[in-house]
Design a protein around this ligand. Structure first.
Ligand code: ADP
Ligand code: ZN
Length: 611
């Protein structure tokens, strides 16, 4: 290297400022970038929105050669490449959506050293011609994005990821950086083993996303509850609504549209073209809602998703955290909202019982579900619980429902005993089993046709539970299930005892339960959120911000890219607040790099001086 060359660290920082227009690295970014520039392997665990992309983009720009990025997200490659090109980075991709000519063009650019970054679908690497192509060019690094796809029991497993372990053998001198937002100990270990990253340096960031407000509510009329959330707190916002089944995805999207809220469905049952169209609309339009199964969302890097709502219980805390993490990548206040009820527990247990795979697999699914239930029923800070799940410590956050409206704990030992002893009595009876509805009817002393048919009104526990109302009994059942003091079985969600039920029946174990805060509490949550959002930009800057947004929409449309590829909301907010009056001033705004300044600077100044 010539003497005049910058040291790697400052060259990285210079690249960050010049190309991306950001002042400084965040968190571990600087250390990761330095390590990879120096040729080291890295495994990066960082939450969604943490800033993983720069961890390989900057080294790819600093090191000689082309950075090869392996990503399963074919549908998003075009947008990723557009965003990079807009910042002046020479990027391209190779995947099955291209025609021959387009592929040729990228391959030629790669061989001529005219690319900084090349995105590849993992299956490309099992094609011998691709491997030969890579052999003929110069590779600066391999980035393995969404590295948790290599985890075989994970929710995003991709068989093609398994062969990525071969990269190291084939190109031993090229540094590899694997990145994921999934961070449980088990997944971490599996990625390390399968990608042979034992020698790599591991960077584990804090998984906290402080700008996301976590809330979990009891489910009674989910669509109505969702509508109220959208109307009162998220009018005009972009967001994602997750449902378990395709059918409920369709119905919920329809329901929102009928109520005047723009929404589109997304699930694996729709044909590929419709899915691509809906995804593109979500990325490009302001304020559209996607109602989806978990098939939607991986790699969606839209920065201004303001809420993620779940209408059904997620299968694991891992999946839940990844889905909710799609909210608020831009760091602005956002909501993660989940509605869950007894029926969810029954349904998920049934799905586990009937799932394919061996006993160990079912047990694993059960453990995941239990952790999710514990999160739903906790009386402690949601964030503390989530971070603990990922092996990280934290104090109460002040920005989740349990911190804002602490639920009461109450001693539910006696109701639990009444309920469990009803289950015992029913078990003794002609091997018939009954679900929660029947048991609650018995406790409340209701002589329904089904109660009289089975003569359950003659049971000793008939009518002994009138101190609680029906929804409260359902909450008791739910929490006993969550605590493993009760279990469900069979097609009809029959309640059965567990090994630990007898401890409660025998009076050896106290049962602490959570009482749902009443509805008035929701107002408190809202006012906090509004206040948080207001500090972000002074009110007098709002009209200018709106004009800048309108300008951005025009530019984005003309170029056929999502609006955020031009500038993020956060950048426009800063411009509206500071009102820079020269190109030099404009260049100091976070998110305005060299290329964007040259491209959009004059246009922006016109709007600013037309004031
Ligand atoms: P991830 O891939 O980890 O979900 P991204 O790489 O998409 O996160 O980054 C999230 C957001 O944070 C993006 O909008 C990105 O431009 C921004 N960002 C990342 N690093 C920085 C930084 N050092 N300074 C300012 N903004 C950053
Ligand atoms: Zn909290």
């Amino acid at each position: 290297m010539a003497e005049t060359d910058l040291a790697p660290a400052s060259e990285a920082l210079e690249t960050l400022r010049r190309v991306f227009g950001y002042d400084s690295f965040r968190g571990d970014q600087a250390a990761i970038v330095e390590h990879v520039i120096a040729g080291g392997d890295a495994l990066v665990l960082m939450p969604t929105g943490g800033g993983k992309s720069l961890c390989y983009q900057i080294p790819a720009l600093v090191r000689p050669g082309v950075g090869v990025v392996v990503s399963p997200l074919i549908a998003l490659m075009q947008d990723q490449v557009d965003a990079l090109r807009n910042a002046g980075v020479r990027a391209g991709f190779l995947n099955s959506t291209q025609d021959y000519a387009a592929r040729q063009e990228v391959e030629t650019a790669f061989l001529n050293g005219e690319l900084d970054l090349l995105y590849l679908a993992p299956e490309r690497l099992s094609v011998e011609s691709t491997v030969r192509l890579l052999d003929r060019g110069k590779i600066s690094l391999f980035a393995i994005d969404e590295a948790h796809c290599v985890a075989q029991w994970g929710h995003d497993f991709r068989p093609d990821y398994l062969q990525l372990s071969a990269l190291h053998e084939r190109w031993p001198d090229v540094p590899r950086i694997a990145l994921t937002a999934t961070a449980t100990e088990a997944t971490h270990k599996e990625i390390t083993a399968r990608l042979r990253l034992d020698e790599a340096r591991h960077f584990v960031a804090s998984f906290d996303r402080p700008n996301i407000q976590y809330r979990i509510v009891g489910k009674n009329s989910p669509q109505r509850q969702l509508l109220e959330l959208l109307r009162t707190e998220h009018a005009g916002d972009a967001g994602i609504v997750y449902c378990l089944s395709r059918n409920s995805v369709e119905k919920t999207a329809e329901f929102l549209v009928q109520n005047g809220i723009p929404a589109v469905p997304y699930h694996a049952g729709l044909d590929a073209r419709t899915r691509a169209k809906h995804q593109a609309r979500f990325l490009r339009e302001d304020g559209l809602i996607v109602v989806a199964t978990i098939a939607f969302g991986m790699g969606i890097d839209k920065p201004d998703v303001r809420f993620v709502a779940h209408l059904d219980l997620p299968k694991s805390v891992e999946g839940y955290y990844q889905e909710t993490g799609r909210a608020g990548r831009d760091g602005l206040p956002s909501t993660a909202w989940l509605a869950y009820g007894l029926q969810d527990v029954v349904q998920q247990r049934k799905m586990i019982d009937t799932s394919e795979g061996d006993e160990a697999h079912r047990r694993r699914l059960g453990t995941h579900l239990n952790a999710m239930l514990a999160l739903c029923e906790t009386v402690e800070c949601r964030r503390v619980q989530i971070l603990n799940y990922f092996g990280q410590q934290a104090g109460p956050c002040g920005n989740c429902d349990t911190c804002l409206n602490p639920p009461e704990k109450w001693d539910g030992t006696i109701p639990a005993q009444k309920l469990l002893s009803t289950v015992v009595r029913l078990r003794n009876e002609r091997r018939q089993k009954f679900g929660a509805g029947q048991i609650i009817d018995i406790l409340l002393g209701k002589s329904t046709p089904k109660v009289t048919q089975f003569q359950h009104d003659t049971l000793k526990t008939f009518g002994i539970g009138t101190e609680l109302r029906e929804p409260e009994w359902r909450a008791v059942v739910r929490q006993l299930l969550a605590q493993g003091l009760l279990a469900v079985e069979g097609d009809y969600g029959s309640l059965v005892l567990t090994e630990t039920s007898s401890e409660v029946l025998g009076g050896d174990r106290q049962v602490l339960l959570r009482r749902e805060p009443e509805r008035a509490a929701a107002a408190k949550v809202r006012s906090t959120r509004k206040a948080a959002a207001a500090v972000d930009m002074p009110a007098e800057a709002a009209p200018l911000f709106e004009r800048l947004r309108a300008w951005r929409a025009g530019v984005a449309k003309e170029q056929g890219v999502p609006a955020y590829v031009v500038f993020h909301d956060a950048t426009l907010r800063q411009i509206a607040t500071q009102r820079p009056s020269s190109l030099a001033d404009l260049g100091t705004v976070s998110g305005v790099g060299e290329n964007k300044l040259a491209k959009y600077g004059e246009g922006l100044l016109e709007i600013l001086t037309a004031e």
